[in-house]
Ligand binder design. Structure first.
Ligand code: SF4
Length: 343
């Protein structure tokens, strides 16, 4: 059975490098509809992985909350952890973090399958074979050590390990980033099949927009700890609305070439380079305003952009089109998005 996840005005803070607290996720609202795949994209350091960690209970909320089928996710006791582990599982970029190099695949999967329930030996063996079949690996893989497998096979084992407890939600954080293009495509297809076959709700986190396009029903974009755009995948790739999203797409030539249809609207040339992300000291107002082709840098009268944060998309309350953009001037396409050289 699928589960719905609601990230409701969530704020997560980390300890900063020089003391103090850094707000990695700032008032984010995101709904993961039951049985859907939501792609979460953004540059490194924008808060994607912290958000993933909060959904699986690794990071406590400094504000807001995460609800799983209406129940608040809080990990205070071992019982809470077991409850959550049986429902939500995380798969990371590096499968080696989930696999013990000295344990055979069979032992790894058998341990995972019996983490929350008792299984006698025949049922354990049956479950291991079932898990290998689910992720498209032959039963002979059971006797192998992780070091004897390819990167793609190890990532499939990491997936099988996460599925061993029959979760209803899977958080996949950059799971294909370390794989070559062919293996990546095969693992993404397996992920889609698993989602359909098991009715999983998937949060797919990636900086690869082609990967997101292959698997996601809906896409959300994060920038400096906030969601700036959220839309059904088709609408998102056909007509991205936020200047930051357009800049993200424009910075990937392949995305606007063979892999993706070109947005109907003009995208700014990647001539204006973004400063490194600094989530510890974000600009006031709209955090994209120092770089925005629609903002005060090019339209000095638009002081509101530097003074007041636009409302974040709240995918919990979809608009009629379900395409939401956090911008004071959301309908201002060209010429505003055609980067003008500041005078
Ligand atoms: S709010 Fe202003 S600065 Fe931010 S994206 Fe919109 S136009 Fe640009």
């Amino acid at each position: 059975m699928s589960a719905e996840v609601l990230v409701d005005q969530l704020t997560v803070r980390h300890r900063g490098p020089r003391g103090g607290r850094v707000t990695a996720v700032d008032g984010v609202t995101l709904r993961l509809a039951a049985g859907s795949t939501t792609g979460l994209v953004g540059e490194s350091g924008c808060g994607k992985s912290t958000l993933a960690g909060a959904v699986v209970g690794l990071w406590p909320a400094a504000g807001g909350r995460v609800l799983l089928d209406g129940r608040e996710v809080r990990v205070r006791t071992l019982r809470d952890r077991r409850w959550l582990a049986g429902r939500v599982q995380l798969v990371l970029q590096d499968p080696d973090t989930a696999l013990n190099p000295r344990m055979t695949v069979e032992r790894t999967l058998a341990e995972a399958a019996t983490a929350l329930v008792r299984l006698d030996r025949p049922r354990r063996e049956h479950r291991v074979a079932e898990l290998l079949d689910l992720v498209g690996l032959p039963s002979t893989t059971a006797a192998r050590l992780p070091g004897e497998l390819s990167g793609g096979q190890r990532q499939r084992i990491a997936l099988a390990r996460a599925l061993a407890v029959r979760p209803r939600v899977l958080v996949a954080d950059e799971v294909t980033s370390a794989l070559d293009a062919t293996t990546q495509a095969a693992v993404l297809d397996t992920l889609c099949e698993l989602r359909q076959h098991l009715g999983l709700t998937v949060l797919f986190i990636s900086h690869s927009l082609p990967a997101v396009r292959r698997v996601a029903d809906r896409v959300a974009v994060m920038h400096l700890g906030r969601i700036v755009e959220s839309a059904p995948a088709e609408a998102f790739f056909r007509s991205p609305g936020h200047p930051y999203t357009r800049r993200l797409l424009a910075s990937l030539p392949a995305m606007t070439g063979a892999l993706l249809p070109r947005p109907r609207i003009p995208v700014p040339p990647p001539a204006v380079h973004l400063d490194p992300l600094d989530v510890a000291a974000p600009p006031p107002g709209c955090r994209f305003h120092p770089h925005c082709p629609r903002g005060p840098r090019h339209h000095p009268e638009r002081t509101v952009c530097a003074e007041r944060a636009p409302l974040s998309p709240t995918t919990a309350i979809p608009t009629t089109t379900g395409h939401e953009v956090a911008c004071h001037f959301p309908d201002d396409d060209a010429p505003g998005d055609t980067a003008r050289t500041p005078g």
